[in-house]
Design a protein around this ligand. Sequence first.
Ligand code: GDP
Length: 298
Amino acid sequence: SERLKQSLSKTRKQLGNQLASLFGGGKIDAEVYEELETILITSDVGVNATKNLLADIKNRVKVQSLDDTVQLKAALKEAMSDLLTPLQKPLDTSGQKPFVIMLAGVNGAGKTTSIGKLAHAFQAEGKSVLIAAGDTFRAAAREQLQIWGERNNVHVVSQTSGDAAAVMFDAINSAKAKNIDIVLADTAGRLPTQMHLMDEIAKVKRVMDKALPGAPHEVLLVLDANTGQNAVTQVKTFDDALGVTGLVLSKLDGTAKGGVIAAIAEARPIPIRYIGIGEGIDDLRPFIAADFIDAMID
Ligand code: GDP
């Protein structure tokens, strides 16, 4: 997790360094709490999560009779752990074949990149993968996946007709016929304000269920950590439309906004399946709450 620490260095600078001066060892008083509140909110933890974390910390201070700010740091990490550890649930693809993963997210969130990383990781586990290039709005996205698939020996199902539902139907049937383990289904990037497009993506999901009852088995929402509080809005919008079952929090490297993970957890406690810590093929990691918290706050 040295790599994780390195990737989260900007977040640690934003959150951890401010906390370090607060947690210097003085007495815990109202001013300390006020400063802690400000630090959390300005670190993208969000108003609601900050409020609840503070209440949790104050309770720990009372119950454990803590009195100096060094102990406050441990209380904060414990409160964060209580919030984030329940979301540490790795994706289990056993039990369904093909196991169909639908990926959703706004344009630029890192969906296509994450599909490549996921395909690579599943192949490394000895699983066969098929990609459904369902982003029929963007020819570039389709071509990107096609090229990637050719290079990496992954079958890519796409269509030039622009009918995402047809792509999903073909892809799932092809996966069944070829005895494929994992289907990664790309969908068109969306803006959260485009509610009519949300209807369409929900329709694509229903088509998958028609092709294979129970599919998709996972609805994975890719969120760009850089977008801060916007990511919270995206989770709510996509979850309301699709029923999101897992999250990928991408681009944690290079952002100071990693604290948004707490705001997301507070808004919708959806398992964080993976975190993206770079553009490389291996830069998608399972989410481990304790490591993440240690990388944010040392
Ligand atoms: P899509 O529109 O959602 O399919 O987004 P893309 O997968 O095309 O990604 C948009 C940009 O973000 C690309 O330049 C990716 O290389 C970059 N990207 C995706 N994930 C990560 C990540 O975890 N870290 C970094 N640094 N860049 C990433």
